[in-house]
Design a protein around this ligand. Structure first.
Ligand code: ADP
Ligand code: MG
Length: 343
């Protein structure tokens, strides 16, 4: 933890030095640790510095509001009030509505009420371990998005339930920042919140932003590059947050049906779409659904593009990404996926 903080400080210091050397257009960047994630922002244009400062403030604000761990957050308030209605701010309401839609469309694979399971497994704590079958069954009884009741600006969880916005909040945050930048007339910016990247406009030189896709098997390697403008690219995988017990890896995306880390045959899912919040929820949902379910979801609902990496070495890319995706190396066999009307 100390080393991470030191790194954050060094990067922040570098950021200040770099930005003070820049000529036109004004450029500012910042590295922040919030939402349990190292975050990076880069903004170009008039008032870039002031815009970044406002964005950082916004991130800390959202962190305070959305944390499932912080006892004082609005999400904790919802959890503590389970059994009764509680008023929620717009920032949360928007995520609840989006989450519920993805839950319905994914047949409950995506489910923000997995918190009892997340807590039981101890992800992100010193106490991460494989629970007993009985414990898993007991926690699973409280996991069901259909028992989250939304009415106007209030929400009610059934008795015993609790939610986490972990699978959608960073995407909501990147979307919020993109809107903040646009509102301030910024036409070139990038935010990278862990696996969540969102870009506004193109690079200052007019070329598209280049977003590297991590290789889920070979840590530190790049599996490909996406060239995008005005877009979010969000990746979910089992390789970033996990613990190891008796030589087996247990990652943090849980299948509500089994109460265990999902074993869908996918190593990572990247979603490309205009809205960062939607992209975040979908990356987790499609990761859980597996290859066939993910492709079916894309064909049925659309509105986004996807890139799936399978555990048997294939890279499945939906047809809309032809032209914006370039594979790096040959670790995976590239296959394009077509819509219902396609090949
Ligand atoms: P990351 O946070 O690494 O970007 P995701 O966006 O895929 O990854 O979100 C994973 C987080 O979402 C987990 O840490 C957990 O808090 C929560 N989560 C786990 N399983 C589910 C699920 N089935 N549906 C919704 N949220 C989940
Ligand atoms: Mg997600």
């Amino acid at each position: 933890m100390k080393r991470r903080l030191l790194l954050v400080h060094i990067v922040a210091l570098l950021a200040v030095i770099l930005s003070s050397c820049s000529a036109k257009p004004e450029r500012a960047e910042s590295t922040v640790f919030a939402m349990d994630t190292l975050m990076y922002l880069e903004v170009y244009g008039d008032e870039a510095q002031a815009t970044v400062a406002q964005a950082v403030e916004r991130l800390y604000f959202l962190d305070g509001l959305l944390s499932a761990v912080n006892e004082d957050s609005e999400v904790s308030k919802i959890n503590k009030s389970a059994g009764g209605f509680v008023d929620v701010p717009d920032e949360i309401l928007e995520q609840l509505n989006a989450a519920q839609e993805v839950s319905r469309r994914s047949g409950g694979a995506f489910d923000i009420s997995v918190l009892p399971l997340v807590t039981l497994w101890g992800f992100g704590t010193e106490n991460a371990h494989v629970p007993s079958d009985e414990e898993i069954e007991a926690a699973r009884r409280y996991v069901d998005y259909r028992n989250i009741e939304l009415s106007g600006s209030s929400v009610k969880l059934a008795e015993g339930m609790s939610i986490t916005l972990g699978a959608i909040a960073k995407g909501y945050a990147s979307q919020t920042l993109a809107e903040l930048f646009e509102g301030r007339g910024i036409s070139s910016a990038l935010v990278s919140l862990g696996g969540n990247v969102q870009v506004v406009g193109s690079k200052p030189d007019g070329s598209k932003w280049r977003i590297a896709l991590q290789d889920p098997v070979n840590a530190g390697e790049t599996a490909g590059v996406l060239e995008l403008s005005d877009m979010a690219a969000v990746t979910s995988g089992g390789y970033e947050r996990y613990f190891e017990q008796e030589g087996k890896i247990y990652h943090h995306i849980l299948d509500p049906k089994t109460g265990r880390p999902s074993e869908s045959g996918l190593l990572s899912v990247t979603i490309v779409c205009e809205n960062g919040m939607t992209a975040d929820a979908l990356s987790t949902a499609l990761f859980l659904l597996g290859e066939d379910g993910a492709i079916e979801y894309w064909r049925n609902y659309g509105g986004f593009e996807a890139l799936l990496i399978t555990d048997d070495g294939r890279m499945l890319v939906t047809e809309g990404l032809r032209g914006s995706f370039t594979q790096s190396g040959d670790a995976y066999t590239l296959e394009y996926v077509y819509g219902n009307g396609g090949a």
